[in-house]
Design a binder for this molecule. Structure first.
Ligand code: NAD
Length: 472
């Protein structure tokens, strides 16, 4: 794959190409990798506390540039409110790792084994160079969410943000330099070919993106015999059971389906509601949708930003056309709106069936198809009837029923009486099921173990081992 030397950057609010950025040449990526590796040896020798102080310094440097980060992210993504949350959430995540990492990777004390004269000691050895490849929907957060714990663990990092949303890169480089991290953390710019070059130079990969690209990344990593942590797409279901608090469920599902213009991996993209409460729930959801407005012309007024990636517009349009052609009805929204950029008004679809594209493929827009089901068993079977398995939500006022249903859903994070909580809570461990991904938990304390290899020190404290050959 070859790439042009400049990326053309499109503003999703206006649809205009209004900036360019130079693509990092492949030979420069190889040189950068060599220098990151050279610096990593010293970095790993520092105490974890010293490395975490640098992470705190990075958080400070980003905080000092908060307004500038928000400005460039607004230019790339077109949304205001989520950008504030993204910048603040990223800074908070870095500080959390700076505080937690020392306990997560403390070497164990010498441990007496069952064999009386053998002790063991557990140590952790960082991979020299982590490669991060990230998508456009939360450009800053998804570039740093893996990089921060990896730096704490003692890795160097080379990161390639999405070619759709790289405007934050110069600002982050500045913050890294101020924090004294530029020797161990480099950012490169480009599309797929640049991502491939990152895989070629790295010792382990954290990829966030689509299933189709994840498959290519997984294959490339397998060829190189390096681990790949793949965080991929979703088609998250919400189950509204007959004893749910309906207003509460409608509010939570509207937020989880429509926030960030539906462009989150853990957006709710399918709703299954039990028949006795279906009419009430659908009316409440439509009322929620009707109360939301496009954040146009003022990005600070209204809740729904534009479709960020130009390539996604055709995907959403095709799914809406297909749904309509097969008999679905939009109770609200249903047609894309042009304001220079393209916008999807909050859309509630009924009369949908499982064959429609909107029920099978990731939509990544403000579209909520609602299916009425006879009972809990049907809701669970339909919710699990997908190749994805990222996360899900269950609404019921019975704690026993919530547990029973949640434990049958095929996904790594099940929100109960809320939705998309995995986007807000980063401390509970979760893994992706089915085509939604592969690898260890990105959340919680286990996350950091993805960046180290376990090395056991096995110590004979003095005796001759009885399994040896006889002394001569
Ligand atoms: P994408 O797969 O198109 O691109 C992701 C990244 O991969 C980009 O940086 C891109 O340049 C790079 N890339 C493309 N081809 C490559 C190749 N051959 N080798 C290496 N890198 C390559 O995804 P996208 O459209 O940017 O992002 C949206 C997708 O991300 C959605 O499917 C969404 O669900 C998913 N996502 C998942 C999570 C999660 O945590 N599971 C979080 C956010 C987004």
């Amino acid at each position: 794959m070859t790439e042009t030397s400049q990326l053309a950057l499109r503003n999703p609010r206006t649809g205009e190409i209004d900036a360019q950025m130079p693509v990092t040449p492949v030979d420069a990526i190889h040189r950068l990798a060599a220098s990151l590796r050279a610096a990593q040896a010293d970095w790993a020798r520092q105490t974890i506390e010293a490395r975490c102080q640098r992470l705190d310094a990075l958080a400070d440097a980003m905080q000092a540039r908060r307004a500038a980060f928000c400005k460039v992210l607004l230019a790339d993504t077109g949304r205001w409110h989520e950008t504030q949350i993204e910048v603040d959430g990223t800074i908070a995540a870095i500080r959390r790792w700076a505080a937690q990492a020392p306990q997560c990777l403390a070497d164990d004390e010498p441990r007496q084994e069952a064999i009386p004269f053998i002790q063991t000691r557990q140590t952790w050895v960082p991979y020299p160079l982590l490669g991060v490849i990230s998508p456009w929907n939360f450009p800053l957060m998804l570039t740093l969410i893996d990089a921060a714990p990896a730096l704490a663990a003692g890795c160097s990092v080379i990161a390639k943000p999405s070619e759709v949303t790289p405007r934050f890169v110069p600002l982050l480089r500045e913050a890294l330099a101020e924090a004294g991290l530029e020797q161990v953390f480099a950012l490169v710019i480009g599309a797929g070919a640049t991502g491939q070059a990152v895989i070629e130079v790295s010792d382990t990969i954290c990829f966030t993106g689509s299933v189709a690209t994840g498959r290519k990344v997984g294959e490339a990593c397998t060829r190189r015999f390096i681990p790949a942590s793949l965080e991929l797409g979703g088609k998250d279901p919400a189950l509204v059971l007959s004893d749910a608090d309906i207003e509460h469920a409608a509010r939570a599902i509207a937020w989880a389906g429509f926030v960030n213009g539906g462009q989150s991996c853990m957006s709710i993209e399918r709703v299954y509601v039990e028949a006795p409460v279906a009419d009430r729930f659908i009316a409440a959801l439509v009322a929620q949708a009707n109360a939301l407005q496009l954040a146009w012309p003022d990005p600070q007024q209204g809740q729904i930003g534009p479709i960020i990636a130009a390539s996604q517009i055709a995907v959403v349009r095709r799914q809406l056309d297909d749904a309509r052609a097969r008999g679905a009805r939009a109770l609200t929204g249903g047609e894309l709106v042009e304001h220079g950029g393209t916008w999807c008004p909050p859309t509630v679809l009924v009369d949908v069936d499982e064959d429609m594209l909107v029920m099978r493929e990731e939509t990544f827009a403000t579209v909520l198809p609602v299916v009425v089901v006879a009972d809990e068993a049907e809701a669970i079977a339909r919710a699990n009837g997908t190749e994805f398995g990222l996360s899900a939500a269950v609404f019921t006022q019975s704690p026993e029923r919530a547990q029973r249903v949640a434990r049958q859903l095929e996904g790594g994070g099940i929100s109960i009486n809320d939705a998309s909580l995995t986007g807000m809570v980063q401390t509970a461990e979760k893994q992706s099921f089915k085509f939604s991904g592969m690898g260890g938990s990105r959340m919680g304390k286990a996350s950091i173990r993805r960046f180290v290899r376990a090395r056991a020190l096995l110590i004979n404290t003095g005796a001759a081992s009885p399994w040896w050959f006889p002394a001569v």
